[in-house]
Ligand binder design. Structure first.
Ligand code: GDP
Length: 304
């Protein structure tokens, strides 16, 4: 992911190497190249516009550093801008003062929510937490089973009532809002300090799905709502993110499938367009293919 963007930006900066003071024409040419590279990588147009305006303003401004040559200075400015559009500082999970902390996952079907639920549970367990996974994706036939498999792999229990299996929670079977509520009650009883609630997605944004997600959110009042987005979906990422932001007012973003070779710029735009930070990244199908997202490290990776 981001390879072609990375190559393009690096090539642009190469042209500045060895230059003394940059003329306005140098800056204009460079900014034009940066704009093209970002657009070609699918970065959303408003994000590109703001990005290049900032770069130009700072590059032409009085920012003269004694330790950096002009080329290095532009690289630093672009780096700072990349960090900014990715959400600035690394954002940690907001943990509830009184446990359990409730984390709800939302996103389109196939985005990687159920996989992410297992990854997050494993990660949190390794940090000394005692998570409980709650299976509220009752839409996709295999989702509950898949979460159970992931839970088993992560060594984390899964709350997933089935008819005749869970007598205590039988009433909630089939109703994701009730399952979510009962899952949290279960976590309180069994002293889990974190609850991860997996919800249903559809192939596209639709009103019914969004209402269901909004109902779950209203019923469980989560400490975090993580919007899970497949970085491979390209330009649709921004519209989808906006729809989910309107629908469930998410608190953070998880980018998945960063191991793919798509251009990825749309995914890079999601934080900027919604004003919500990217918090985690998913980089493969295994439970360990998971990273805490550091905007500064991602920017360095792109500019390396
Ligand atoms: P959900 O419908 O949102 O719950 O999505 P799933 O968790 O079922 O994921 C959909 C598909 O994407 C599955 O085949 C996963 O194995 C795969 N997947 C999930 N995350 C990643 C990732 O980061 N990289 C890759 N390559 N595949 C992933």
């Amino acid at each position: 992911m981001f390879n072609s963007l990375s190559d393009r930006l690096t090539a642009t900066f190469k042209n500045l190497r060895g230059k003394g003071r940059l003329s306005e024409a140098d800056v204009d040419g460079t900014v034009r190249e940066i704009r093209r590279a970002l657009l070609d990588a699918d970065v959303a147009v408003p994000v590109v516009r703001e990005f290049v305006a900032q770069v130009k303003e700072r590059a032409l401004g009085e920012e003269v550093s004694t330790s950096l040559n002009p080329g290095q200075q532009i690289v630093k400015i672009v780096n700072d801008e990349l960090v900014r559009i990715l959400g600035g500082q690394t954002r940690r999970l907001n943990l509830a003062k009184v446990p359990p902390t409730v984390i709800m996952l939302a996103g389109l079907q196939g985005a990687g929510k159920t996989t992410l639920a297992g990854k997050l549970a494993k990660h949190l367990k390794s940090q000394g937490h005692t998570p409980l996974l709650v299976a509220c994706d009752l839409q996709r036939p295999n989702a509950v089973k898949q979460l159970q498999v992931n839970g088993e792999r992560a060594g984390v229990p899964v709350f997933a009532p089935h008819p005749g299996v869970s007598s205590e929670f039988e009433a909630s079977t089939g109703d994701p809002v009730a399952v979510a509520r009962d899952g949290i009650a279960e976590a309180k009883t069994k002293l889990h300090d974190i609850v991860i609630v997996d919800t249903a997605g559809r192939l596209g944004v639709d009103t019914e799905m969004m209402e269901q997600a909004a109902d779950i959110r209203a019923a469980i009042n989560p400490d975090e709502v993580l919007f899970v987005i497949d970085a491979m979906i390209g330009q649709d990422a921004v519209n989808t993110a906006q729809a989910f932001n309107d629908g469930v007012n998410f608190t953070g973003v998880v980018l998945t499938k960063l191991d793919g070779d798509a251009r990825g710029g749309a995914a890079l735009s999601v934080a900027s367009v919604t004003g919500k930070p990217v918090m985690f990244a998913s980089t493969g199908e295994n439970l360990d293919d998971f990273e805490i997202f550091h905007p500064d490290r991602m920017a360095s990776r792109i500019l390396d």
